[in-house]
Design a binder for this molecule. Structure first.
Ligand code: FES
Ligand code: FES
Length: 189
């Protein structure tokens, strides 16, 4: 027996599921999910990609930010079934080897841009997308780029510095032009 909208099996006490196909970090997955499963929950609980963090669960903090076809989105606001056919990139897809961090991850290390680290995956994905479109940001542009993500620990200045440091690292690797007005001086305390 099911409810009128066919989402819940009352006798079994479970939500009904449907097959959902997802491409995450270049890998195709087929999952059986309730129609209202949030993307953040599918990533964390069904695919065990726990690098995506969940803070506010209503689109404010940015901790759950992932890339959807290269654009940063709040995965806590998206039903998983609606993003079939899209390319999803989590922080693990940007870099999951501590010995070989991505440019943005290395910039966070160089700039001391994290403390507890809870917010960091959301910043990493946000900045990765930003630098793709703005390879040589000013400090003001860097500040605006991270203004939608909340951090309770750092005071933000070192995160802004990390944006410019990441641009510099990408430039050194041949992937971006030089950063203009960058506050990174290579001697962060
Ligand atoms: S958990 Fe999604 S924006 Fe806060
Ligand atoms: S480093 Fe702790 S919330 Fe940002």
């Amino acid at each position: 027996m099911t409810t009128d909208n066919e989402t819940y099996d009352i006798e079994a006490g479970t939500e009904l599921t449907e097959p959902v196909t997802l491409t995450v970090n270049g890998v195709d997955h087929r999952l059986d999910l309730p129609g209202r499963r949030l993307l953040s929950d599918a990533l964390r609980h069904d695919l065990r990609l726990t690098g995506t963090h969940v803070g506010c669960e209503h689109g404010v903090c940015g901790a759950c930010t992932v890339l959807l076809d290269g654009q940063p989105v709040r995965s806590c606001l998206i039903f998983t079934a609606t993003v079939q056919g899209c390319e999803i990139t989590t922080v693990e897809g940007i870099g999951d080897d501590p010995a070989h961090p991505s440019a943005v991850q290395q910039a966070f290390i160089d700039s001391h841009a994290l403390q507890c680290g809870f917010c960091t995956p959301g910043f990493i994905t946000t900045i990765e997308a930003f630098l793709t479109d703005h390879p040589h940001p000013t400090a003001e542009e860097a500040r605006a780029a991270v203004s939608g993500n909340l951090c309770r620990c750092t005071g933000y200045q070192n995160i802004v510095t990390a944006v410019c440091r990441a641009a510099e690292l990408k430039h050194e690797a041949g992937g971006a032009e030089e950063c203009a007005g960058c506050p990174w001086d290579g001697e962060q305390s």
